[in-house]
Design a protein around this ligand. Structure first.
Ligand code: PHE
Length: 408
């Protein structure tokens, strides 16, 4: 309390009765996991980008432009009103969103950028970004996650060019009615082609990500900014899991964005959801981990290379110390040689080696070092006896190979 403003990304916002963003959340703004090279969310983003590049590039020009650096600070108008979300809609609740004040918030979805990007003249784009929703924290929910949005617009010619004798077809019809299948201004043939292209595009995308064996199903649903609307579910380990929402864009949105002569589809998918399924990541909190044991598993040379994720061990580590006198000429001792020796003997059981102490004997002048080796098994609890055995081999090898004198 006390502060009159909230500072986000170098900008100060006046607090008011709507302000509910916390410093814990603000600490995540700017982390941009989706832009961190070789982070699993980055890896999925790159795979989706490359899929769209390879499918839709015309004479070297990618059709879809990619936007992954738009600020997560948006106006409430962008996040809700621009998407035709009514003023009393439950999704606006303070309890579900992070408001900086009555006018500004952390975006709750990447759809918040649809109107500005359409207005700028783009016909096809992808948006990747961090999104914020107040939520419980458990293995599959976290108040910050990442989405990828896709939008594609079609002119009359673009939509109907593959249809024979399409001269008489039109995107729009006057005096139509809104039905469960279409908006009032759309022609049924336009909507059917759009819906087909949307579902086909997304099915190809998940097939690219998961392989041809993936099972997909479509569920009807509702969003204020698309109609008709669908959710895609993917079958994973026997369960159907929702991975994205999509639909035919509300014409009113396109009209307001200066693209009233076109129709379009849009989708928004959750990157964590996809990554958890694809890489078998058991807990959403791991995406925020700085643990090398987690991150190094995604250091692939080629983004299409499969990653087989080894969950971090939940079994306890064992710590054993090793102390020795360095050779009289202490320059002869190369620390990295010792690390390498430990790794070559201890293999994957060694999780960490750290220097815990060094001192010089007051009379002999010799240096002593003490290292702590942490042992941990990925699949079971190590016994002290097992660790001891490896540790003794390391003790002997150090004396034999590095000219040190054990104080064991
Ligand atoms: N913005 C929606 C969500 O976050 C997903 C969506 C995007 C739905 C685009 C339709 C079209 O749930």
């Amino acid at each position: 309390a006390g502060q009159a403003t909230v500072e986000v990304l170098g900008h100060a916002y006046q607090r008011d009765d709507f302000t509910n963003v916390t410093s814990k959340i603000l600490a995540k703004v700017g982390r941009n996991l989706h832009n961190q090279s070789h982070h699993p969310l980055w890896l999925i983003k790159e795979r989706i980008k490359s899929h769209f590049y390879s499918l839709y590039t015309c004479r070297g020009n990618p059709l879809f432009s990619v936007h992954d650096n738009l600020s997560p600070v948006v106006t409430v108008e962008q996040n809700f009103d621009s998407l035709l979300i009514p003023p009393d809609h439950p999704s606006r609740k303070q309890g579900d969103n992070y408001y900086l004040n009555r006018e500004t918030m952390l975006r709750a979805h990447t759809s918040a950028h649809q109107r500005e990007l359409v207005r700028s003249g783009l016909d096809a784009f992808l948006v990747a970004g961090d999104v914020y929703r107040r939520d419980e924290i458990d293995t599959s929910h976290y108040p910050v996650f990442h989405q990828m949005e896709g939008v594609r617009l079609f002119s009359n010619h673009e939509l109907f060019q593959k249809v024979q004798n399409s001269e008489d077809l039109s995107l729009f019809e006057a005096g139509g009615r809104r039905t469960p299948h279409k908006q009032e201004t759309h022609s049924l043939e336009a909507v059917k082609l759009l819906e087909f292209d949307l579902k086909h595009t997304l099915t190809r995308l998940v097939t690219h990500l998961f392989g041809a064996a993936v099972d997909v199903r479509w569920v009807d649903c509702h969003f204020p900014f698309t109609h008709p609307s669908f959710e895609m579910e993917v079958r994973f380990q026997g369960d159907w899991m929702e991975v994205l929402g999509c639909g035919v864009m509300e014409q009113q949105l396109l009209n307001a964005a200066g693209a009233g002569n076109k129709v379009g589809w849009a989708f928004g998918l959750g990157l964590e959801r996809l990554a958890m399924v694809l890489y078998n990541i058991p807990d959403i909190r791991l995406f925020w981990s700085q643990d090398e044991r987690f991150l190094k598993q995604f250091q692939v040379q080629d983004i299409q290379q499969p990653v087989s994720f080894q969950p971090l061990s939940k079994y306890p580590p064992l710590h054993n110390d090793i102390s020795f006198w360095l050779p009289t000429n202490s320059q002869k001792f190369i620390e990295n040689d010792f690390y390498e020796l430990v790794r070559s003997i201890g293999g994957d059981l060694v999780e960490k080696v750290s220097l815990v102490d060094k001192f010089q004997h007051p009379r002999t002048g010799r240096w002593s070092r003490c290292y702590r080796i942490s042992y941990r098994h990925m699949e079971r609890t190590l016994t002290q006896q097992e660790a001891r055995l490896v540790h003794q081999q390391i003790e002997h090898a150090a004396e034999a190979a590095l000219g040190v004198q054990g104080r064991y």
